[in-house]
Design a protein around this ligand. Structure first.
Ligand SMILES: Cc1ncc(C[n+]2csc(CCOP(=O)(O)OP(=O)(O)O)c2C)c(N)n1
Length: 930
């Protein structure tokens, strides 16, 4: 078996090198194109590790993620195992298609032919149970939280379909990558959660992108491998060092062997060892070993140059036998994750063996041809498989059959799960549009408060069956409407990086924290009882009980962000569409921005509740108050003003989630604040709109009933924006003269209303349009439908209104007109980019009031004034746009005017009719095998 694995590993390394070579020698390259690149040396150091993993140790259901630059090697091994699939139906590639695909590394798929992205991607044909990669340091963390998500699913299976046991979560990590803070941030967390089914394999090749690594032996008191071991142990991980191959291990058994082992493990710094591997001058190596410990002299002297070189180069990470043994050991779940340090050489099997700067070096064509020839292959057909009757061919075929049947079974199982969740929701009557929180007792509620209420209700409903089962009589029955919510609420869970109580999630956390505690069970319960718990002080003792719904994190936003992403992939992987909601101080989202990007790229479905947000959390001052304009595909951002909007937005998000109507908006960011808002303001303002009167032409007529009005507002809000103040139709309302459209987002809507009210007395009509989602109104999602809601849905007037300029001489040939459009002012608490392109979409003058300076502590009105986003600043901006809009003078001949008077509309139709416009490819062309 070992010899077979060795031969597979060698061929995999060679075919990987050929794959990268082909990608770099395409005939259609243009002279100005960026380099294509690839990382043969990086792949080569991992070749035995990944071969042992895929071809011997892992089970088909296990998840694997690996350092991005080893992606081509993974693809070659998956090709050998015959595990490429077509996206739409999951059918398997034949060998011709496999070999074609291997020619498509880093290629653009022009005609839907399968290609490979540079690093693992869900669009790759072998993406099954592989996690995307590219940004180092993130995939191993999400992989760990996926392990947690599967465990959570199992622990909550009372109401959920079963999930498979014994899954293992493997990650291959570069030794420089392991310096990423994200990994170190996750290490204690995984150990505390006792995730024993995680193995991180460190490809310890002592090199990184820039060259040989030089960990300071004096500063670290040893090699980096020692530091890693100590770090692993200190963080509760099991550590396995795979330093030596079998040849070395046999030599160590000889007299003087222990001393030689000591020198190789402790005596040489990483950089020194790397130097010996690179130069391979045995006189120097011999002298260095003996100098470090004379007790190995006789043994070292007894080895000739070839033998000594073989011993020097026999690192454990290139010995299939020791690797299989170590990987298998790491799979035993001892309740602790495992850090497996595999000592390797970057450039193994290549001329660039251990060479500095070989990270992205490409071998010459002669070398590629020579390597292929060793395998009986050529560049004409480099990806031919092993002969079917060879030992390697038989081994791979056997494994392939096991994997294929597991994958097919998994697809069926997942679809069944998904269907059963869907059915339960349909049987209950679908997802309702509201959670019906009564806000009457809270006339000045804020949006964060509302989130707490909604979360508490969702969790109460979602756990009522479990609570009833456990406590029987004491639990109140659900109302019929609550019963309708039950199956959807069941899959909702919350998490937060240590800001749960400060964001009013107490009821969600109280006795509902999921996980391990490690405190003696009785002792902990005793402490809880003695210290007492209350509304203000929830009981936080974690358990695995089925009614737990909250995952508590230390101050580790990046961990929590990865976790919310992983839980949000359970619908995709297991057919269990959890609806995970992470509550975080909005300002600290940027601490985990890379993780957020990853979640969105991965296609995860989750909510981030960013609260409190912006400078509106005024007394918290400057450091907490920046609100970023985050525009990443697949993300939708919301910023409600009134409490009821949070309800609308959340319920609609839940509905779309279960109905699979969330393409392009799977990640949801809802921003909330802690500043109160007069809640009755909403319906009071809406009642005054002409369209909400029984007779729209008569503002004195009765308003429609509140339910009808709010339903219309809900519809507009969920389209991205709604009129809060709408003056259209007033007798002296004159676009181009006395009308301004004021867009307000979030808490500063109060300032917008004040400005609008004040200017009414000046004869100016300021419509106030509440922006609920910048994404839907002017962001990526709006761009997809040509800004439908902004341009048409809101019925905004962006016409050029022409009025005579000065007295018109009845005999004159030319007439001068003043052209004015309805200008726009926008105001929001955040980066200008969130709203500053409304004017350019509408084609009108816009003034943007936004946060443009570091903030200070104070009351909201003081801070708004300081930031120039208060009512006074709005009035000033309105004056400015009104005066500057009247700048266009149009001179028209009388004859033209008369001719135009007879015409209707523009002679030009839709812009796409102007010339042949190519349609853009839909996102994700290529294959995206689930
Ligand atoms: C967050 C991030 N920073 C930088 C890079 C660019 N990068 C890719 S690989 C690499 C070096 C990795 O070295 P190491 O982890 O030791 O892996 P090796 O290739 O040596 O096995 C760098 C800097 C990246 N992909 N992601």
């Amino acid at each position: 078996m070992t010899a077979v694995l060795d031969r597979i590993a060698r061929r995999a390394m060679i075919q990987t090198t050929a794959m990268i070579h082909i990608a770099n020698h395409r005939k259609d390259a243009r002279r100005t194109d960026p380099k294509v690149g690839g990382h043969p040396a990086s792949c080569s150091s991992s070749t035995h590790i990944l071969t042992a993993l895929h071809c011997a140790v892992r089970s088909a259901h296990d998840f694997v993620c690996c350092k991005p630059h080893a992606a081509p090697l993974d693809h070659v091994l998956m090709a050998m195992l015959g595990l490429y699939r077509h996206a739409p139906d999951g059918s398997w590639f034949d060998q011709v298609e496999v070999e074609q695909a291997l020619h498509g590394l880093r290629k653009f798929s022009e005609h839907h032919e399968p290609v490979f992205q540079s690093y693992h991607s869900r669009f790759d044909p072998d993406s099954w149970h592989f996690l995307p990669s590219g940004s180092v340091g993130i995939p191993p963390v999400v992989s760990g939280y996926l392990a947690l998500a599967y465990r959570y699913a199992r622990d909550h299976s009372v109401e959920l379909p079963q999930v498979p046991e014994n899954l293992h979560f493997w990650s291959l990590i570069g030794d420089s990558e392991l310096r990423e803070g994200s990994l170190m941030e996750a290490m204690p967390d995984f150990a505390e959660r006792r995730l024993g089914n995680i193995t991180w394999i460190i490809d310890y090749n002592r090199q990184n992108l820039d060259g040989a690594r030089m960990p300071n032996k004096h500063g670290l008191h040893g090699t980096d491998a020692h530091r890693i071991e100590a770090m692993g142990t200190a963080n509760g991980w099991e550590v396995i060092q795979v330093r030596h191959g079998r040849r070395r291990l046999a030599t160590f058994k000889k007299p003087g062997g222990a001393a030689l082992r000591g020198v190789l493990e402790e005596g040489l710094s990483d950089y020194e060892l790397q130097g010996h591997l690179l130069l391979r001058v045995m006189d120097d190596t011999r002298a260095a070993l003996i100098e470090r410990d004379k007790k190995c002299k006789r043994l070292v002297d007894s080895l000739d140059d070839a033998e000594l070189e073989a011993v020097l180069c026999d690192l454990g990470g290139h010995d299939s036998d020791v690797l299989v043994e170590a990987l298998t050991r790491s799979k035993q779940d001892q309740g602790a994750p495992t850090l497996l340090v595999a000592h390797t050489v970057k450039g193994w099997g290549l001329d660039m063996y251990a060479a500095p700067g070989n990270h992205s070096e490409l071998p010459k064509e002669e070398e590629v041809e020579r390597l292929l020839a060793d395998e009986g292959l050529t560049l004409e057909r480099p990806f031919a498989p092993f002969a079917a009757d060879s030992e390697e061919g038989r081994h791979l075929a056997e494994r392939s059959a096991v994997f294929r049947s597991a994958i097919e079974g998994d697809r069926a199982w997942r679809n069944r799960n998904r269907e059963s969740v869907r059915q339960r929701i349909a049987d209950a009557g679908g997802v309702p549009a509201s959670l019906d929180i009564d806000t009457k007792l809270f006339p000045r509620a804020h949006t964060q408060w509302m989130w707490g209420q909604l979360a508490a209700k969702l969790v109460r409903i979602g756990t009522s069956a479990e609570m009833r089962r456990a406590e029987g009589q004491g639990i109140a029955d659900l109302t019929p409407k609550e019963r309708q919510w039950e199956p959807s609420a069941d899959l909702v869970l919350t998490m937060s990086p240590d800001v749960g109580t400060s964001t009013q999630l107490n009821p969600v956390m109280d006795e509902r924290v999921y996980g391990e505690h490690g405190v003696g069970e009785e002792r902990a319960a005793d402490v809880e009882v003695r210290t007492g718990h209350s509304k203000k002080r929830p009981s936080l003792l974690p358990t695995h009980e089925p009614w737990t719904r909250h995952i508590r994190f230390e101050i580790a936003e990046a961990n929590c962000m990865s976790a919310v992403g992983s839980f949000g992939m359970m619908g995709h992987y297991a057919g269990i569409p959890f609806f995970p909601i992470m509550t975080v101080y909005d300002f600290f989202i940027k601490r985990a921005l890379d993780q957020l990007f990853y979640n969105l790229y991965w296609g995860s479905e989750f909510v981030i509740l960013g609260t409190p947000s912006g400078v509106t959390l005024s007394s918290e001052g400057a450091q907490h108050s920046w609100k970023s304009d985050i525009q990443i595909p697949n993300l939708i951002t919301w910023e409600p003003i009134f409490a009821v909007e949070v309800d609308w937005i959340l319920c609609e998000s839940i509905r779309r989630h279960y109905a699979d109507e969330n393409d392009g908006r799977k990640g949801i960011l809802i921003r909330a604040v802690t500043r109160g808002m007069e809640q009755k303001e909403l319906v009071n303002r809406l009642r005054r709109h002409p369209r909400f009167r029984t007779n729209p032409a008569d503002l004195e007529s009765q308003p429609l009933d509140d339910e009808t009005i709010l339903e219309a507002a809900r519809h507009d809000c969920l389209s991205g924006a709604y009129y809060l103040v709408d003056f259209r139709g007033r007798p002296d309302y004159e676009p181009g003269v006395n009308v301004v459209n004021l867009f307000a987002m979030g808490s500063v809507a109060s300032e917008a209303l004040a400005a609008s009210d004040a200017l009414r007395g000046e004869g100016i009509y300021v419509n106030v349009i509440a922006v609920a989602s910048p994404e839907l109104l002017l962001g990526n999602l709006a761009a997809q439908n040509d800004f439908q809601h902004l341009r048409r849905g809101l019925g905004l007037d962006s016409n050029l209104a022409l009025a005579p300029r000065g007295p018109v001489d009845s005999g004159a040939e030319l007439v001068t007109l003043a052209g004015r459009r309805v200008p726009v002012v926008s105001v929001h608490d955040g980066e200008a980019g969130l709203l500053d392109n409304i004017g350019s979409v509408l084609g009108v003058r816009q003034e943007t009031l936004a946060v443009r300076r570091f903030s200070k502590c104070g009351r909201p009105d003081q801070v708004y004034a300081y930031q120039q986003i208060d009512a006074a600043a709005i009035k000033q901006a309105i004056a400015k746009v009104l005066s500057e809009t009247a700048l266009e003078e149009v001179v028209v001949s009388r004859r033209a005017l008369e001719e135009l008077a007879g015409r209707e509309g523009s002679p030009i139709g839709h812009w796409t009719e102007l010339w042949d416009v190519p349609q853009p490819a839909p996102p994700g062309v290529g294959s995206t095998a689930p």
